[in-house]
Design a protein around this ligand. Structure first.
Ligand code: FES
Length: 127
């Protein structure tokens, strides 16, 4: 699924449409792409939506394809590292670097994501 840009008013205000909110099942993760091709993982947990990079920060594993979601924690299938999808924080080794996260919003029945990663999650934890 490739997202469509619907508004771009400033550097930090590029919102892209991910699809109908009903297309995202509760407790599931779905892969999507930003217009620039960057792979993202879209989660619906507790009726709320979260978006992270789809690539594990330890390797190149796809979290949406191979990860296992338990509550707000996604476990990478390759080496079982885990992340909190709300903050991107790496919770379990061998993952150390924070997973980039993106802000979501709902407009009507559509789920939107800000194409710019959240600044606070660009920080990389020390090795
Ligand atoms: S690639 Fe994800 S834990 Fe190693």
């Amino acid at each position: 699924m490739t997202a469509q840009t619907i508004a771009s008013s400033a550097d930090d205000e590029t919102w892209v449409e991910l699809g109908l909110i009903d297309g995202f099942a509760e407790g599931c993760v779905k892969q999507a792409q930003l217009p620039n091709g960057f792979p993202i993982a879209v989660y619906r947990v507790g009726g709320k939506f979260y978006v992270t990079s789809d690539r594990c920060t330890h390797g190149a594993a796809s979290l949406s394809d191979e990860g296992e979601l338990n509550g707000h924690v996604i476990e990478c299938a390759w080496h079982y590292g885990t992340f909190d999808i709300r903050t991107g924080a790496a919770l379990t080794l061998p993952c150390r670097a924070t997973l980039p996260t993106f802000t979501t919003r709902i407009e009507g029945d559509q789920l939107l994501v800000n194409a710019k990663p959240n600044r606070r999650h660009r920080h990389q934890q020390g090795e």
